[in-house]
Design a protein around this ligand. Structure first.
Ligand code: RFL
Ligand code: PHB
Length: 406
């Protein structure tokens, strides 16, 4: 039975659930870890605050590194990604009227990225968890971790007026930037590093043919723009906007005009416009919390680190965390070897900081910074000139874009 401390005006569930790994958050990180561990006979319970429709309504990532795609295959959820996802061997950077292609494949000795939406891969993960009978609890309100620094951590949550308890060997916080996991770590045990950028991205999804078959990152004095896609009939576009802007300030017509104004004229001439089917603004932030472990709690994905989306590294960094944690739990349960769990934070952070560096660099290169000086702008021009002229510089960009090894 649960202790009464948190049961005021609520009924207490008679039976506590028991699991090996309790996972907070049913986004891509939590579901992927749950699915991978299940295939190794390791039991998990996933507690998600939102409904499934809500999670699937969020339009986010679109570019997957090969390592992430490999993880999806390992998790046996890659059927649709492999059938419907597009393999992209390059992308372009535009600046005013110049458009320069970055030949990912040629510059990396054969690597590429997969275009497949986060919404779709999350849908595939839910379907797989359902098929294997995995426990994913939706509408889990007020999830709270307890006794994380003991060897018997547990989770409580409310659902439909009842308080539930889940006893765990370990807890993994996959609950995103605003989740409860990181906040449960005592302040004196965590160091947070942060940079907030003075702009956001306004994103539009539209059922139109993409302006370019490959992604185009555009730098312009009016601000950055990105032409991305989910398929050759579904476009995803972004424009840099001030943080004070609201979605309602942006009619579809205003959005299309602004996007056109920021693209090279030849590209803009081919832009097919149509009604938006989703429109949202995301602020840009770089953030890392160290260490990524407290007692028996491990942080993974956006719960521990955030990047500005310019380098397409958020979900991909989450994937690397999940890969390390998966290996570590398999070693723990199969071989009684805790070295992976003990080394997790250090190993994950080493890769996280490289993704931070790359995302910060690409963001700085391509955005208009309202408080930049004439000197800053000349340096930005020169950095881009250098990139366009140097195969070595492009190779460094390509190596990071396709994803550093795990
Ligand atoms: P998520 O996706 O935020 O999922 C966390 C889940 O936890 C739930 N939750 C809780 N559950 C229980 N109790 C609580 N107290 C809870 N608090 C929260 C939430 O409801 C949610 O379901 O984190 P996760 O799984 O770590 O995944 C991270 C990715 O979502 C994120 O890094 C990417 O979307 C970032 N990102 C991109 N990443 C890429 O690798 N490639 C891209 O092309 C890319 N494009 C993007 C992006 C993010 C964007 N935005 C909106 C910030 C484009 C954009 C515009
Ligand atoms: C997207 O398609 O949503 C996307 C693609 C590349 C990025 C960021 C977002 O760098």
């Amino acid at each position: 039975m649960l202790a009464c401390a948190f049961t005021a005006r609520r009924t207490t569930s008679d039976k506590a659930m028991h699991t090996q790994v309790g996972i907070i958050g049913g986004g891509p990180s939590g579901l992927l870890l749950s699915q991978l561990l299940h295939l190794q006979g390791i039991h998990t319970v996933v507690l998600e605050r939102q409904t499934r429709d809500h999670v699937l309504g969020r339009i986010r990532a679109g570019v997957l590194e090969q390592g992430f795609a490999a993880l999806m295959r390992q998790a046996q959820v890659a059927g649709r990604m492999d059938a419907e996802g597009e393999i992209h061997q390059g992308f372009s950077i535009a600046s005013d009227s110049v458009q320069h292609r970055i030949d990912l494949q040629g510059l990396t000795g054969g690597s590429s990225v997969v275009i497949y939406g986060q919404t779709e891969l999350t849908r595939d993960l839910y379907a797989a968890r359902d098929r294997l009978g995995g426990t994913v609890v939706h509408d889990a309100e007020d999830v709270q971790p307890h006794d994380l620094d003991s060897d018997r951590p547990w989770l409580s949550y409310h659902q439909g007026g009842t308080v539930h308890r889940v006893d765990c060997d370990y807890v993994v916080g996959c609950d995103g930037f605003h989740g409860v996991s990181r906040k449960s770590i005592p302040k004196d045990r965590l160091t947070e590093f942060e940079r907030v950028y003075p702009f956001g991205w306004l994103g539009v999804l539209s059922r139109t043919r993409p302006v370019s078959p490959e992604l185009v990152y555009a730098r312009h004095p009016r601000g950055f723009a990105l032409c991305s896609l989910r398929s050759q009939v579904l476009s995803r576009y972004y424009v840099q906007v001030p943080l004070t802007d609201k979605v309602d300030d942006w009619s579809d017509a205003r959005f299309w005009d602004e996007l056109k104004a920021r693209l090279p004229a030849a590209l803009a001439a081919g832009l097919v416009t149509g009604p938006s089917i989703e429109k949202s603004i995301a602020p840009l932030r770089s953030f890392v919390a160290e260490p990524m472990r407290y007692g028996r709690l491990f942080l993974a994905g956006d719960a521990a680190h955030i990047v500005p989306p310019t380098g397409a590294k958020g979900l991909n960094s989450a994937g690397a965390d999940i890969h390390y944690l998966y290996d570590a739990f398999v070693d723990h349960y199969r071989r009684q070897d805790d070295s992976g769990l003990d080394g997790y934070s250090k190993k994950a952070l080493a890769r996280v900081w490289k993704a931070q560096r790359f995302s910060w660099w690409l963001t700085s290169l391509l955005h208009h910074f309202p408080d930049s000086s004439a000197f800053d702008r000349r340096l930005q021009d020169t950095e881009l000139d250098y990139l366009f002229a140097s195969r070595q510089a492009q190779a460094a960009l390509a190596e990071n874009y396709v994803g550093l090894p795990y």
